[in-house]
Design a binder for this molecule. Structure first.
Ligand code: AMP
Length: 415
């Protein structure tokens, strides 16, 4: 029996990196006043269809969708924002302050072709700032994301940023793109030809060389911006400048989902290979109305945790997992083994340190060897003699020094 293609067991020897990322998630979000929202991993399919858009890759090709036993269409969540908005409306999360700051982290599911940095079950950490339309809200989200990557020590990264303006401008821009690409139809890739009417923006971030060449000369959103969109975007950029956060304005950055407007952004890393996006996000000012909620302009981002770990390990910034500190050794007599169990129990409680004992009835030599292999700092030996006299031998493995102690002295040493 094997795990499902595109899913991975995260093994004990890999978990330390995950814990580092999870600690940083808790720490950085707490600095900004974001609280965790834990949504179910499945939703009614309609939630994603309505928010993400029927013409996107996610909804069109990648969702794990199935009828449940009652006949409802259920989908394993492929992304979080749609579910966050569904739940913010259902529980009126923005009622008190008119805004809500939330974060999430957990598994997501997309039926994609697995490769390095791309799985069918993967994990995301994301933040959403619900209810604020100002450029300052965009900056809060961008600096939070920036600080998070800094705190993980991910150096090989770039921030790409663009504006998708208002839905009205985007509609006009789509028409311009359709006219432009229609004039060059035969040079477009098959995939882009099929997207031309439904989602022409996506042609701009196609990786196909022919599409790329055409996109380089395609009409630019920048040339069509209204005053509001221009002002909003230039304020965001000027805040980034003041904070000395480096960025590149990338007019071809459109992001895959239908719901974005104004600021969109992506963090990439050269350490990742073909799937080079660490994460991204953007402003979604009209998604709440789409769900029948009231106007709640919002912005958020999501990072792929597997990709963060790939970038961290490429530059060797994952620290070593903590080693056990004490190994309590007993051997031969029943009294000795009994004393080991109560001593280890007391030491864990008194010192809060990781204490290991043998559970296979092995010899003194075998246990010493294991303690050495584990990189333990100190061993406490309670042989049959020591057990009789309520004493022990404490040996420091780095210096080789050892002393006999009473049990009371040992407890005092570690409390
Ligand atoms: P998206 O909202 O689709 O841009 O996803 C945000 C981030 O999640 C991406 O930049 C990736 O880091 C990560 N991600 C998305 N899909 C996958 C996947 N299939 N496998 C691994 N990570 C993914």
């Amino acid at each position: 029996m094997q795990s499902i293609r595109g899913t991975k067991d995260i093994l004990p020897q890999e978990i330390h990196g995950w814990h580092i990322v999870e600690d940083r998630i808790r720490y950085i979000t707490s600095l900004y006043g974001y609280r965790e929202l834990r949504n179910p991993i499945m939703e009614y399919t309609e939630v994603f269809k309505r928010a993400v858009g029927e013409d996107t890759d996610i909804v069109g090709k990648e969702m794990y969708t199935f009828p449940d036993r009652g006949g409802d269409s259920i989908t394993l969540r492929p992304e979080a924002t749609a579910a966050v908005v569904r739940s913010a409306i259902q529980h009126n999360l923005t009622a008190q302050q008119q805004i809500a700051r939330v974060y999430y982290s957990g598994p997501f599911f997309r039926y994609e072709r697995p490769q390095k940095g791309r799985q069918r079950q993967f994990h995301q950490f994301g933040c959403e700032l619900l209810g604020a339309s100002s450029p300052e809200a965009d900056i809060e989200i961008l600096t939070l994301a920036h600080d998070f990557l800094e705190s993980l020590g991910i150096k090989s990264r770039e921030l790409h940023i663009n504006t998708l303006a208002t839905p009205e401008i985007r509609q006009l821009f789509k028409q311009e793109l359709i006219s432009y690409f229609t004039a060059h139809l035969s040079d477009l890739s098959e995939e882009s030809q099929s997207r031309l009417q439904s989602n022409p923006l996506r042609i701009l971030d196609s990786k196909h060389p022919g599409d790329k060449a055409l996109s380089a000369n395609a009409p630019r959103m920048q040339d069509m911006l209204d005053t509001e969109s221009k002002d909003h975007f230039s304020k965001v950029l000027s805040h980034l400048n003041s904070l000395s956060i480096p960025y590149t304005v990338n007019p071809l950055l459109v992001r895959g989902l239908d719901y974005y407007s104004h600021t969109v952004f992506e963090f990439t890393s050269t350490a990742l290979g073909a799937q080079d996006a660490l994460g991204g996000g953007g402003r979604y000012d009209h998604l709440f109305e789409h769900f029948g909620g009231k106007h709640t302009p919002s912005i958020g981002f999501a990072f792929g945790i597997e990709r963060l770990l790939l970038a961290m390990s490429a530059q060797e910034s994952i620290s070593e997992a903590p080693k056990p500190e004490i190994y309590v050794i007993g051997f031969e007599s029943e009294e000795s083994r009994r004393a080991v169990i109560s001593c280890a129990h007391a030491l864990r409680t008194l010192s809060g340190k990781q204490v290991i004992v043998d559970v296979q009835n092995r010899s003194l030599k075998a246990q010493m060897k294991e303690a050495d292999k584990l990189g333990v700092k100190q061993v406490v030996i309670i042989g049959p003699e020591e057990a009789l006299h309520d004493t022990c031998i404490v040996k420091d493995l780095s210096t080789g020094m050892q002393h006999t102690k009473s049990m009371t002295e040992l407890h005092n040493m570690f409390s």
